[in-house]
Design a protein around this ligand. Structure first.
Ligand code: BGP
Length: 471
């Protein structure tokens, strides 16, 4: 084998899922309601409290009941790792219950055993967009410090129960989501015009940083051979032009994202964060011990999602804009867009990997990357998703270049290895998978699973440890 071109030995190839987007079974076996359960149109849509209408996260693709068959398909592709999240509301239905729900705990124990049976290493996100709705109602979400204790207790329950099964953990999915979608990220019900909006958001984020740090400490104590990381939604922001105003505007936008991983990886608020807060009149209240908690419990590795890049201009008026994952920006004339308007930029991934590694000097993990597209199932139940193969191939070739640049990359879990519900829009027609699920937005379909062309492509890629990228 040509060692120069294959990925590092032990590279963790796999896929990534989130409980609320795949499990379904939203109200059985003692599960409580989560914030995802009241978002019929995904995180960019309206919050609805009634049972009227259609809630795609309620049923999703029924991974809750079908996980054995789905895991067998992942194993057939040769997965070394599956990133998945635990639904907090299956363990503590209201978040502050006195006792954990044994049915929920047992369910994930069975899922992990199934993975381990196939030599697939679980990587668990402790909270992925689905905090208990009861904590929103009772405490106003993460604005209340009480959430720190509740999250840490929940995390400890997981570490203690799964210490022999799970050695890779992530504290919060896309921790920076809170500043753009405060309900999903922090259970915050805020008015756009609320003057205190940013104050509340960043105070809540501070509570999450402390909770995350304390969970890191508990994980290290309870599972000394585990690694625990942070997870950032990362979009590189390019200056729209070489006008210094554009350069500075893009830089500032970038720092706003990195402020989150800076705290988790470096253990303190950056200079940028402090001056940003000062300029905006944001005053973060620290309690005794917060500083030390952050400093003493840095993450072991930095993980992130990467789908696209954005151009940023100091004067966006009159310029064409694009949609994006969490954030959009000004259209970059050098890039193509996906079916859903996200700008495709494989080289941006190499740039990102180098930039994050230079900044943190910690191992990195790409825990989300993929192409959301509209697939067509033909009469022979085949899907020729060459566009997906080419997206993934281009991104992986750039990742390998970053490894050759000297970046320590632990693994790659592509987003939604089986079709799941889109988090931003709640759609099923936006598909990322190597495995097609026969269900549409009207919930018509058999839920049968079919292997796409990309399934065989990914399988070969894993079996050659990346070498097949170059054929
Ligand atoms: C990330 C989220 C995921 C996922 C992904 C793709 O921001 O962590 O949960 O869904 O984006 O987004 P979408 O499903 O909206 O296409």
């Amino acid at each position: 084998m040509n060692k120069e071109r294959s990925f590092p030995e032990g590279f963790l190839w796999g896929g990534a899922l989130a409980a609320n987007q795949c499990e379904g079974a939203y109200n059985i076996d003692g599960k409580g309601l989560s914030v995802a359960d009241v978002l019929p149109n995904g995180i960019t849509g309206k919050i609805m409290s009634s049972d009227e209408g259609h809630y795609p996260f309620h049923d999703a693709i029924d991974f809750y009941h079908r996980y054995k068959d789905d895991i067998a398909l992942f194993a057939e592709m040769g997965f070394k790792c599956l990133r998945l999240s635990i639904a907090w509301t299956r363990i503590y239905p209201n978040g502050d219950d006195t006792q954990a729900n044994e049915i929920g705990l047992k369910h994930y124990e069975d899922v992990f055993n199934e993975l381990l049976k196939h030599n697939i290493q679980p990587m668990v996100t402790i909270c992925h967009y689905d905090m208990p709705l009861a904590l929103v109602k009772k405490y106003g979400g993460w604005r209340d410090r009480k959430l720190i204790d509740l999250y840490v207790r929940y995390s400890k329950t997981l570490f203690e129960r799964y210490k022999d099964q799970v050695k890779l953990w992530l504290t919060f999915n896309e921790i920076n989501i809170i500043s753009h979608f405060p309900f999903t990220g922090g259970g915050l019900l805020l008015d756009e015009s609320d003057e205190n909006r940013e104050q509340i958001i960043y105070q809540s984020a501070h509570h999450q940083f402390v909770a995350s740090a304390l969970a890191v400490g508990e994980c290290h104590k309870i599972i000394p051979d585990a690694k625990i990381g942070c997870m950032l939604a990362f979009i590189p922001f390019y200056p729209y032009s070489c006008d210094p105003d554009d350069v500075l505007a893009a830089y500032e936008q970038q720092q706003e994202q990195l402020l989150f991983s800076d705290i988790q990886a470096l253990g303190e608020y950056s200079n940028f964060a402090q001056s940003y807060f000062a300029k905006k009149g944001i005053n973060i209240e620290f309690s005794a011990g917060d500083d030390a908690a952050l400093k003493d419990n840095k993450v072991d590795f930095v993980s992130f999602s990467y789908y696209m890049s954005c151009a940023y201009s100091a004067n966006p008026e009159g310029k064409e804009t694009t949609d994006g994952n969490i954030l959009g920006g000004v259209k970059n004339p050098y890039l193509e867009t996906s079916d859903f308007g996200w700008q495709l930029d494989p080289k941006g991934l190499r740039y990102t990997l180098n930039m994050l590694y230079d900044r943190y000097k910690k191992p990195l993990f790409i825990v989300e990357n993929g192409l959301g597209a509209i697939d067509t199932l033909n009469e022979n139940h085949q899907i020729h998703d060459d566009y997906r193969i080419s997206y993934l191939k281009d991104h992986l070739i750039e990742s390998k270049k970053a490894i050759d640049d000297g970046v320590e990359l632990l693994g790659y879990t592509s987003w939604g290895p089986i079709d799941i519900v889109s988090s931003s829009t709640g759609q099923l027609k936006k598909r990322y998978g190597f495995i097609y699920v026969d269900i549409n937005d009207e919930r018509v379909g058999t839920l049968n699973r079919y292997k796409k062309k990309s399934f065989y492509w990914y399988k070969e890629l894993i079996s050659t440890n990346g070498l097949s990228l170059y054929k």
